[in-house]
Design a protein around this ligand. Structure first.
Ligand SMILES: [Zn+2]
Length: 355
C-alpha cells in the first residue's frame, strides 16, 4: 500500500483500507537478519497514539500505520503513590503527545499495561502499582480531553510485546509463536493462526505463572514452582548469590551474573542454566499444547545473549522431544524497549481492522 500523501485525516473508508492492508496479521514476509527495527521516517497517513505503562516508567508514542515509532515521551511512574497520582502521570504523558503537531492525525489510542489486566472490563491491577486495583484505566484515559472521540484499546504488556514482535520484529510472518519478556518478571503472549491471541480478559500466554516444578517454592501468584520464580532476572541473581557467587562491584543484578558467566564463573553459569531449564520446560509445554514454530525471547535477561540462549536451546532439545515440536526455533526479540509502544499500537490497529 502506498502511504497517504497528505497529512489531513483520511476518510473513514480510506482509513479502513489502510488498516486492513497494514494490520499486524497481514505481514507476509519474514526478514530475520535484516532487523526490521523501525526508522523514524514518517510514512504519512493516520497515526496511533500508544501508552506503555509499567512499574518504573510511563511511555507514550506516536506510531505510524506501518509500525514506525515516530515520537516518544516518558515520565517516571509514581508507583507507590495513590492511584490518582499515577493517573495524573498518564494524563501528563498524553498531554505531551497531544502537544505534537502530528497529534491531529491520531485516530486510535492503544495502551499496554503491566498486569493483570481485564480487557473485557477495561481495568488493570498491576502487581507493581498497588494504587491501581480494578482501576478503570480505559474509561479514565478516554475521559482525557485530548483523547476525546478516540477509540481506546487495552492490552497486557506481554501481549503487547508479542503484538509488536509479530508486526515488526522477530515473529513477523509467523503463524504460531510464543513471545517472552524475561526481566524482573517473566511475561509472554501467544500468536495463534497468524493473530495475537489475547484470551477473554487479555491474559492468555501467561507463561511466567505456569508451574514447572511440582513441589517448588510458593509463588506470589498462589501457585508453586512457577517459571517466573526460577527464570526471572531476580531469580537468577538470588540463586547465584545463594550458591556463593559474589559481584565484583556494587551491581548484584542478573546482568552482573551474566558478565561473570561469560567469564566462566561456574556458579553464574549454573544460575543461567537453571533459568534456561525452567524457560525451556515452559516453552516446550506450550509448543506441545498448541504446535508453535517459534519462541521469541526478549527483555533485560535476554540481553545476556548466548549465556542464556545456548543452555535454552540445549534444554529445549530435551523437553520438546516429540517430532511435531522438535523443529521449534528460538530467536532473540528485535524491538527492545520500543516493543511496548509498538505493541500497544498494534493492538489498537488490530482491534480496528475490519473483520
Ligand atoms: Zn506464579
Amino acid at each position: 500500500m502506498s502511504s497517504a500523501q497528505t497529512e489531513a485525516p483520511q476518510s473513514e473508508a480510506a482509513q479502513s483500507g489502510a488498516r486492513r492492508s497494514e494490520a499486524p496479521q497481514s505481514e507476509a514476509a519474514r526478514s530475520p537478519a535484516a532487523g526490521p527495527r523501525p526508522s523514524a521516517v514518517d510514512p504519512g497517513g493516520p497515526l496511533v497514539a500508544a501508552l506503555d505503562i509499567g512499574g518504573t516508567k510511563i511511555a507514550g508514542g506516536l506510531v505510524a500505520a506501518d509500525g514506525t515509532l515516530l515520537h516518544q515521551v516518558r515520565r517516571p511512574t509514581p508507583a507507590h503513590e495513590p492511584g490518582e497520582a499515577v493517573l495524573k502521570a498518564v494524563h501528563e504523558v498524553v498531554r505531551l503527545l497531544a502537544g505534537d503537531p502530528r497529534w491531529a492525525r491520531v485516530d486510535a489510542l492503544g495502551i499496554g499495561s503491566a498486569g493483570p489486566v481485564d480487557i473485557a472490563r477495561g481495568t488493570v491491577s498491576p502487581v507493581n502499582i498497588p494504587g491501581w486495583r480494578d482501576f478503570a484505566l480505559v474509561e479514565r484515559v478516554a475521559a482525557d480531553p485530548a483523547a476525546a472521540a478516540l477509540p481506546v484499546v487495552l492490552g497486557g504488556d506481554g501481549v503487547a510485546m508479542t503484538a509488536a514482535e509479530h508486526w515488526r520484529g522477530a515473529a513477523r510472518g509467523c503463524a504460531d509463536a510464543l513471545c517472552l519478556v524475561v526481566s524482573t518478571g517473566v511475561g509472554a503472549g501467544l500468536v495463534l493462526n497468524g493473530a495475537v491471541h489475547t484470551g477473554r480478559t487479555g491474559n492468555a500466554g501467561h507463561l511466567g505463572h505456569i508451574s514447572v516444578d511440582l513441589d517448588g517454592d510458593p509463588c506470589p501468584c498462589g501457585s508453586r514452582g512457577c517459571v517466573e520464580g526460577l527464570a526471572s532476572g531476580t531469580a537468577i541473581a538470588r540463586r547465584a548469590l545463594r550458591d556463593g557467587w559474589r559481584p565484583t562491584g556494587a551491581d548484584a543484578s542478573s546482568a552482573a551474573v551474566a558478565a561473570s558467566a561469560r567469564a566462566g564463573d561456574p556458579v553464574a553459569v549454573a544460575a543461567f542454566d537453571r533459568a534456561a531449564q525452567a524457560l525451556a520446560a515452559g516453552i516446550a509445554a506450550t509448543a506441545t499444547l498448541v504446535e508453535l514454530e517459534l519462541a521469541v525471547v526478549g527483555g533485560g535477561v535476554a540481553t545476556a545473549g548466548e549465556v542464556l540462549f545456548a543452555p535454552l536451546r540445549r534444554h529445549l532439545a530435551g523437553y520438546a522431544a516429540l517430532p511435531f515440536v522438535a523443529g521449534l526455533r528460538v530467536e532473540p526479540a528485535l524491538l527492545g524497549t520500543d516493543a511496548g509502544l509498538i505493541g500497544a499500537a498494534a493492538l489498537a490497529v488490530a482491534h480496528r481492522a475490519p473483520r
